[in-house]
Design a protein around this ligand. Structure first.
Ligand code: NAI
Ligand code: MG
Length: 360
């Protein structure tokens, strides 16, 4: 089967890092059909919209989307609906991308990049699964109103609604168990069930879904404790599944454990397994055009794409071991460079991964 991939490189370093990831994808010997389209600021400049209709159509008709990054300071004054970042929100919504997978991996060679002690984080390999389309970020009603109850009657108040439908909890829980099964079979569901009704309901449903996965070890943790455990003993986790709000915060915390934003991939999936794959970092306008950006997060995102949308686990493994090899060889882009290693450019990193790939 030919895999149809939409490639949306975007702005800033986006085109530079995506170019290297494409070289790697093409070297795998798979049947891949790649089609590129403009997104973000680049699309706004050309078509007056960050997510033009033809880009959205391409994304919808593809098995997976490889996304670079969007955004630049020069668009800061545009009205919100024309900002580059709106393209991601538009894609999430149009494709129903309800699940965000963010691995936090710290390769042993990069343990010094973390601000935590090497023994706490070296070899870290955990995955945060964040529900992406529900929770207090989207719950209605919301707004500013005049308070009619409590001790603030007559005052203005801001309010939002935390809510999760049973089907929303079930589908993210199923994905959590399935993802854990492919890894070390440990799933930790994070909530605030001691205080929030939504969370107690979440916990009840997760426990019910667990009956389908007796081989996965399920635990529950309150979000405040999870925030602590992530810095105290992060390697105790395998997969964490949580709602949109808690996941937003915990996934950023987990990313910082590794200290190398240029290394972290991400995936956003919908119910039919279609996905958007992008590095966790942004468009890095401060280093764009210099040929020094780290392309590894984008290559690792391509590996996730192979694993989660295209059912090509073997090819995903090959990319990941090639990345491990170039790190073991001591090659580093500027963002992860340290004394005793060899500094390379974006393209040289691509060359090295291609070389390593030919041997795995
Ligand atoms: P950023 O992640 O783009 O950059 C933060 C810092 O990390 C910068 O110093 C940058 O040079 C460095 N960095 C990031 N990726 C790197 C890489 N691959 N190699 C080497 N160094 C790297 O975040 P920032 O500066 O807050 O945002 C810049 C723009 O990106 C903004 O317009 C923002 O809205 C957008 N953005 C886009 C995202 C996306 O496309 N999904 C996500 C986050 C931000
Ligand atoms: Mg965030």
């Amino acid at each position: 089967m030919t895999h149809k991939i939409a490639v949306l490189a975007g702005d800033g370093i986006g085109p530079e890092i995506v170019e290297q990831a494409l070289r790697v994808l093409h070297a795998l010997g798979l049947s891949i059909q790649v089609e590129q389209a403009l997104v973000g600021g680049a699309a706004y400049d050309e078509h007056g919209h960050p997510l033009p209709a033809q880009t959205l159509e391409l994304a919808k008709s593809s098995h997976a989307i490889l996304f670079g990054a969007v955004g630049d300071w020069k668009y800061d004054k545009l009205p919100r609906e024309h900002r580059p970042e709106q393209a991601i929100l538009g894609l999430r919504k149009a494709l129903g991308l309800f699940a965000n997978l963010r691995p936090a991996i710290l390769y042993p060679e990069l343990a010094n990049a973390s601000s935590l002690k090497p023994e706490v984080v070296a070899g870290l390999d955990i995955l945060i699964l964040r529900e992406l389309t529900g929770d207090i970020y989207f719950g209605q009603p919301r707004g500013v109103r005049t308070a009619v109850d409590g001790s603030f009657i007559g005052e203005r108040e801001g309010f939002d609604t935390m809510r999760y439908a049973e089907t929303e909890i079930r589908r993210i829980a199923h994905l959590g168990f399935q993802t854990a099964k492919k890894r070390r079979s440990k799933l930790c569901s994070v909530d605030k069930a001691n205080v929030l009704e939504t969370s107690q309901f979440w916990r009840d449903i997760v426990i019910d879904v667990a009956k389908d996965y007796p081989e996965v070890e399920l635990s529950h943790m309150y979000v405040d404790n999870a925030a602590m455990q992530l810095v105290r003993a992060p390697k105790e986790f395998d997969v964490i599944v949580t709602g949109n709000l808690f996941g937003d915060i915990l996934s950023d915390e987990a990313a910082m454990l590794t200290g190398s934003i240029g290394m972290l991939p991400s995936a956003s999936l919908n119910e039919s397994g279609q996905g958007l794959y992008e590095p966790s970092h942004g468009s890095a306008p401060d280093i764009a055009g210099q040929g020094i950006a780290n392309p590894l997060a984008t290559m690792l995102s391509a590996a996730m794409m192979l694993r989660y949308s295209l059912n090509e686990d073997g090819a995903a493994d090959r990319i990941e071991s090639a990345v491990r090899q170039v790190l073991a060889q001591g090659l580093r882009t500027a963002d992860i460079f340290e004394a005793g290693t060899t500094k390379v450019s974006t393209a040289q990193m691509g060359d090295a991964v291609l070389q390593a790939l030919s041997k795995v």
